[in-house]
Write a protein that binds this ligand. Sequence first.
Ligand code: ZN
Ligand code: ZN
Length: 234
Amino acid sequence: MKVVFLGTGTADSFERAQSSVLIERDGEAILVDAGNGCLLRLGQLGKKPADVKAVLLTHIHLDHSGDLLPLLKARWLSKVEDELKIFAPTGAKNWLESQLEAFPFLKGRLNYSVVEVGEEKFNVSGFRVESVKTRHSVESRGYVVNGVLFTGDTAPFEELYCRDFSVVVHELSLPEGFSSSHTTPDSISRFSEVLKEKTVYFTHLYPHTLAIRDRIIERLGFGRFAEDLESFTV
Ligand SMILES: [Zn+2]
Ligand SMILES: [Zn+2]
């Protein structure tokens, strides 16, 4: 399985696309989140709208969902026949339908399904997925996909790490003191014992975090900062 970081930035990033990851295996491709800029990054990889079969949405903040409607519209204009399967936290179905009120010309033209997930296991496009409730400022989920944990936006907590994973794509939004609904070097350091045993990629990087990235890694003693279009294979 190949994982490509499409966007490692946040809502105020201008040099990185916003949150999105491409996961590929055996000719199938799905996304975790579809923040602004992910369509451009997919194009840079030579992908087409039809190539993405599903989106695992961690939550509906704009920096994780801004390219979802554009992806659906691109699939409509490209005459893609199969529906885009969207897995998301509770409330996502209404949220998407209410967005279409603002774009009435799209109503009835976009081919998608929304499954609102709690804590459960399911399969999509040949991927084994486990959804995990996370701790953010809105309803949110993390996903374990074939042994890789994608945290989405969350404060770190013990149960999150009691899953079967060897690699984690972990948000590390902000330095200490900024927010309790995100991960900081201080809050994640409480779980260093378990995380030192894993391969850890940090993403969802605000400029304040990037400004002190070397100091953070030195202090934590584990993990590395991901870059847009960087990839790894598991
Ligand atoms: Zn968020
Ligand atoms: Zn975010």
